[in-house]
Design a protein around this ligand. Sequence first.
Ligand SMILES: [Zn+2]
Length: 237
Amino acid sequence: MATELLFRGDAYLRTAQARVTGVTARGIELDATIFYPLGGGQPGDTGVLARANGDRIVIADTRKGDAIDSVLHIPAPASPSPEIGETVGLEIDWARRYALMRLHTALHVMSCVVVAPVTGGNIAPDKARLDFDIDMSLLDGGKIERETNALIARGVETETVWITDEELDARPELVKTMSVQPPRGAGRVRLLRIPGIDLQPCGGTHVRNIAEIGGIRVLRIRNEGRRNRRVEIALAS
Ligand SMILES: [Zn+2]
């Protein structure tokens, strides 16, 4: 069953209420959620579903279900189970999610400093990376750090825009990430625009203003194979 994805309209929602629409061995489904499901290199959210009787169901992970926009909230082992139809309070681990949002948005900025096809990427609460198809000699950690931080210092607001599948097909240059094609089939594709810096398809959660990233540090640059030169970053503070 489709879930209303509240984080798409407002990535800053820390709590919400929703009705339980499904309970299976794979996870709990709700009619609406603030929990982001694993995708696009961003991990699934963790948190709690609070029942009216005081039970707190710890959510250890969030994954996409089989249907478009279906979301599975995966309880920790031995958690109490909710009933279909009941209303629960949703609480995400905000400190973790906000770190993911800052690092995720930082990767968008960094992908504009390193001009090369992106062959992979991953985000964790404490660090994030992009892999590029580029010659090692062209990657200078100090330069990447300085130029990324100079863009972050512009402090521009991010914007979400939607285009149709056909519009995206007509502009293949928008897709930088060779390993992660934007989701198709819903008829429209969500883009993140950082005015003057970046525009690319992305379904993840981002900060409102890139100034919230603060700044980044390049942790290391590693050769992970011919087409995977890995640049790993962390937040500067
Ligand atoms: Zn993104």
